[in-house]
Write a protein that binds this ligand. Structure first.
Ligand SMILES: Cc1cc2nc3c(=O)[nH]c(=O)nc-3n(C[C@H](O)[C@H](O)[C@H](O)COP(=O)(O)O)c2cc1C
Length: 339
């Protein structure tokens, strides 16, 4: 993939992206998003650059992906430019379309180690990381960051200009500060201002409910990222406020469970519990099924619950199910960056 990947994509219209989410955006999740909304660009969960370099096992789990996920961007975190350089080479060899650096995670243990948001204040290290990676690979190098430590006015523009000069090919900005962590509403004002000072594409992120909402927030930007609103709702990436029928939802739930089993075995079945309940968010009678879904052990258990829903709500199968989108972005859960 050439370094112009993002510029070329942006020249075809706004880019719609699945945000990186630790504990969520694994290969099965991405395959589901691409099946429903093939024009979406998917970001992986974040992985330790050092871990990728040193652990064959992590290389296998983090880098393996299905051709249907392409173009896939793999996100890494850390603080050592040499580790980032080596990890970027492994990511390029895996066939990924790009490598993204996490400079926004506010989780205490991440920041304490000098990773994530910490790089917004250790700017020399941040620039060296991007320089080393850009020189080492021919795939595009991007950065996902936040507005700043406690505001955007003081540092966002010079910081990101430094990243661009170091070789970054795309910037995504979550419209919250480090200190804001996950509180309050995302503010895109600083992101629109930033875009005026760069020549690389800029992506806005924070509180987008679906594709149409992303287009409303787009302003002068090149695209938007959707994170939490995609939980149990891969249809959020479709233009026109697409609402799935109950039958479509149940079919995707089965497929998500099947992919988790195929990819992760028993671990995938345990993980399916948190994903599958999200699909029934706002569905009347969900309580009853939630209890069963959070204790599934295998695909048969999942299919039994889905059959029960089909039988008990046969009259609704072809009905479009409007689910409360706003409620999805009120929730912060998960591990790592989501905490
Ligand atoms: C469970 C969870 C895990 C996350 N993990 C990551 C991550 O690994 N890397 C990252 O850059 N951001 C991570 N984030 C932040 C999201 O990418 C995104 O910036 C944030 O959720 C705001 O977007 P949203 O309002 O569309 O959810 C995570 C968020 C959540 C909720």
């Amino acid at each position: 993939m050439s370094k112009d990947f993002w510029k070329n994509l942006a020249s075809n219209g706004p880019i719609s992206i699945l945000a990186p989410m630790d504990g969520y955006t694994d290969s099965p999740y991405r395959q589901i998003v691409k099946k429903v909304a093939p024009n979406t660009v998917c970001f992986s969960e974040f992985y330790s650059a050092d871990g990728l370099v040193h652990s064959k096992q992590l290389q296998q789990t983090a880098l393996a992906h299905n051709p249907s996920e392409k173009p896939l961007i793999i996100q890494i975190f850390g603080k050592d430019p040499e580790m980032f350089r080596k990890a970027a080479i492994l990511i390029e060899q895996s066939g990924a379309a790009g490598v993204d650096v996490n400079m926004g995670c506010p989780a205490k243990k991440v920041v304490k180690s000098g990773h994530g948001s910490s790089l917004m204040i250790h700017t020399d290290t941040a620039f060296r990381i991007i320089e080393e990676m850009s020189k080492a690979v021919s795939i595009p190098v991007s950065v996902k960051t936040r507005l700043g430590w406690n505001n955007w006015e003081d540092h966002l523009i010079p910081f990101v200009q430094g990243l661009e000069n170091a070789g970054a090919n795309l910037i995504s900005v979550h419209g919250r500060t480090y200190q804001q962590a996950f509180n309050g509403k995302a503010d895109w004002t600083g992101i629109y201002e930033l875009k005026k000072h760069l020549s690389i594409p800029v992506i806005g992120n924070g509180d987008v409910l679906d594709y149409d909402d992303g287009m409303k927030k787009l302003g002068n930007l090149d695209g938007f990222m959707i994170g939490r609103a995609s939980f149990g709702n891969p249809w959020c990436f479709l233009p026109g406020g697409y609402i799935p029928t109950l039958a479509e939802i149940l079919a995707i739930m089965h497929e998500h469970g099947r992919l988790l089993l195929e990819n992760k075995g028993r671990k995938g079945m345990l993980e399916s519990r948190k994903h599958l309940v999200q699909y029934l968010h706002g569905f009347a009678g969900v309580k009853e099924y939630r209890k069963s879904l959070v204790s599934v052990e295998n695909l048969e258990d999942i299919d039994n619950v889905l059959s029960r829903i089909r039988n008990e709500h046969a009259g609704l199968l072809n009905t479009k199910l409007e689910r409360g989108k706003e409620a999805m972005v009120e929730v912060w859960e998960g591990e790592g960056c989501g905490l």
